[in-house]
Ligand binder design. Structure first.
Ligand code: AMP
Ligand code: MN
Ligand code: MN
Length: 327
């Protein structure tokens, strides 16, 4: 598959690269590194993400080239979709993108539905950025410090700094190679983890206070409402990583973060929510997310839903009585 993708990228010139909405470090790192590699091969590239780039990732080289507006489908010969389990993950632009003649799907989610004409999906990869590293090497593009920083950041963040269950040998060997190629680990760490706005600390305070634990102690639920964001002057991206506090609690097997979204709900007592799920090992949270129309990995998954908050919590608590352990 890698060979046919390299061939497709060699015969097409105008390439759109896109990754999922509310991008994380991997969605941005894979987008930048793959884009820069194709540019080195002489392609005309457009980098697209529907959402604004979180402040902690704005230090990445070429990040300013990521556009929030998508040109017409006719302007592209091929699209490379990164870190998306399904095409809808790119957001509202998925309909336009689906009209681009060649769609290449590069991803590592277990729930990937192979939406592309070409699919390079490797569930054993710790990050999409790991797959990009292998692809770029096979394309015989030299990895410069800019690309190296993007790949390194993608792997560092998707493995939770080499702590999550997806942390594999490649995570270390590629990051070592990226440091050899010019990455400064301390500089990356300072940008990604080293600083926080005062508002984000106050949001952390409210989020910690919202944590509830099920009667058996195996499930924790943290809630972040639009009011909390307003009161602390924070943005949705400031909730990134908060779920790890809920996951940290002793005996917790599954941690849940319920985030209220801004979208208008169809009923006054309802809101739109994004629900993030994290497993501490044995429970496959991708299965839970899929049953709600979402997806992800065994250890980290999510879904979006319109509901009343108390009803949503009740459904999640109900689920905790029936956790399906990984085979
Ligand atoms: P999050 O819930 O945003 O923290 O994401 C956890 C993991 O689940 C990430 O790998 C996401 O890409 C994936 N994920 C989150 N929401 C969805 C969704 N609605 N559909 C498919 N995958 C998702
Ligand atoms: Mn991602
Ligand atoms: Mn990823």
């Amino acid at each position: 598959m890698m060979k046919s993708i390299i061939r497709q990228l060699a015969i097409h010139n105008r390439i759109l690269l896109a990754s999922h909405t509310r991008p994380d470090g991997d969605a941005i790192g894979a987008l930048l590194s793959m884009g820069l590699a194709l540019e080195k091969k002489g392609c005309q590239i457009t980098l697209y993400n529907e959402s604004s780039i979180p402040a902690v990732y704005r230090f990445l080289p070429s990040v300013h080239r990521i556009r929030e507006q998508l040109p017409a489908a006719a302007e592209f010969d091929a699209a490379v979709i990164l870190d998306c389990g399904n095409l809808e993950r790119v957001g509202a632009a998925s309909a336009v993108i689906s009209r681009i003649p060649v769609i290449i799907n590069i991803d590592h989610h277990t729930t990937n539905d192979h939406f592309g004409h070409y699919n390079l999906v490797d569930e054993s990869a710790c990050a999409t950025s790991e797959i990009i590293f292998r692809l770029v090497r096979a394309m015989e593009v030299e990895i410069d410090p800019m690309m190296a920083t993007a790949i390194y950041t993608g792997i560092l963040t998707d493995t939770g700094s080499f702590r999550f269950p997806n942390t594999n040998r490649a995570a270390f060997s590629i990051c070592e190679a990226m440091v050899a190629a010019g990455v400064q680990p301390f500089v990356v760490a300072q940008h990604v983890y080293g600083t926080s706005s005062m508002g984000r600390i106050r949001l952390l305070n409210l989020a910690l206070d919202s944590i509830e634990v099920s009667h058996d102690g195996h499930l924790s639920i943290m809630t972040v409402t639009q009011d909390m964001l307003k009161d602390t002057g924070t943005r949705p991206e400031d909730t990134d990583g908060l779920i790890n506090y809920a996951r940290w609690i002793q005996d917790v097997e599954v941690a849940v973060l319920i985030r209220e979204l801004k979208n208008k709900a169809t009923k006054p007592e309802h809101s739109h929510f994004h629900v993030s799920l994290r497993s501490n090992g044995d429970v496959d949270v991708a299965r839970i997310a899929v049953s709600f129309g979402g997806g992800g990995h065994a250890g980290a998954a999510g879904f979006s839903i319109e509901s009343e908050l108390s009803a949503l919590k009740a459904v999640i608590y109900h689920f905790s009585d029936h956790f399906v352990e990984k085979p």
